[in-house]
Design a protein around this ligand. Structure first.
Ligand code: IPE
Ligand code: IPE
Ligand code: MG
Length: 238
């Protein structure tokens, strides 16, 4: 029996797609071969999420800290993003997936920014599944950008500082309108969240898995969901 028939799936799953470099190293391949394999895994996992009924899938593709890597690696990753965004645009009518980019896109090349904007605009009407792609994303950076937008609204006389609530503040985040993830998965064996969705994951269940992202299977995703179901979510209650 398929997992989705056995137990309800979380509405929103977030994944830190980590371990591409180690996957490549183990095979004596360049790091960018790992990123290519990781991109294929993303495509497969996005399909799987779609087929089991996940409504929102948020994936960490490139962090605000990842610019520290070599020029060769960064341009390889940007090239892959371009390739997959073009594919998403081409196959949009078939896949019916809404695409959203989280992160500060202003540091990306004009071409990549344009592709992100086009994909977001043209997929806006698809409401079944939404994929949030985090590119040049950092959770602290997201909060600072949100604070700046709120401050600008105060300066323009549209808002007052005293009236700000948590729910209001969320409307200034990249994730405005998206419910918080119930489940955050980090493969690769690292036990940290590396600046991924700090606001939104305040009460998420975290599942760390000892598998490198390019090796991550549909079965691994199902196992993470089963682990999520074993947790007792109290939200501060008893
Ligand atoms: C994740 O894989 C992809 C990005 C951060 C862009 P890594 O490249 O971090 O892989 P490891 O952690 O070095 O194995
Ligand atoms: C987090 O992985 C970022 C992405 C997966 C895009 P990193 O490999 O950059 O994180 P650290 O360096 O292990 O914390
Ligand atoms: Mg890593």
């Amino acid at each position: 029996m398929a997992l989705s028939e056995k137990i309800s799936v979380p509405r929103h799953i977030a994944i830190i797609m980590d371990g591409n470099g180690r996957w490549a190293k183990k095979r004596g391949l360049p790091r960018n071969a790992g990123h290519k394999a990781g991109a294929e895994t993303f495509r497969r996992i996005a399909d799987h999420c779609n087929s089991i009924g996940v409504k929102y899938l948020t994936v960490y593709a490139f962090s605000t800290e990842n610019w520290k890597r070599s020029e060769e690696e960064v341009s390889g990753i940007m090239g892959l993003l371009e390739y997959y965004l073009k594919e998403a645009l081409r196959d949009m009518e078939k896949n019916h997936i809404r695409f959203c980019a989280f992160g500060d896109l202003s540091r990306l090349s004009p071409k990549l920014q344009q592709l992100c904007r086009q994909t977001m605009e043209r997929s806006r009407a698809f409401t079944d599944v939404q994929v949030n792609f985090c590119i040049n994303y950092g959770g602290r950076d997201e909060i600072v950008r949100a604070a700046k937008r709120f401050a600008a609204a105060v300066a323009a006389g549209e808002r007052t500082a005293d009236s700000l609530t948590e729910a209001d503040f969320e409307t200034y985040l990249d994730s405005a309108g998206v419910p918080d993830p119930e489940l955050v998965i980090r493969p690769s064996g690292e036990l940290r969240t590396s600046n991924f969705l700090p606001w939104q994951s305040a009460y998420s269940e975290l599942v760390f898995m000892d598998v490198l992202w390019p090796d991550f299977t549909n079965d691994d995703l199902d196992k993470a969901i089963e682990e999520y179901h074993r947790r007792n979510r109290r939200f501060g209650g008893v």
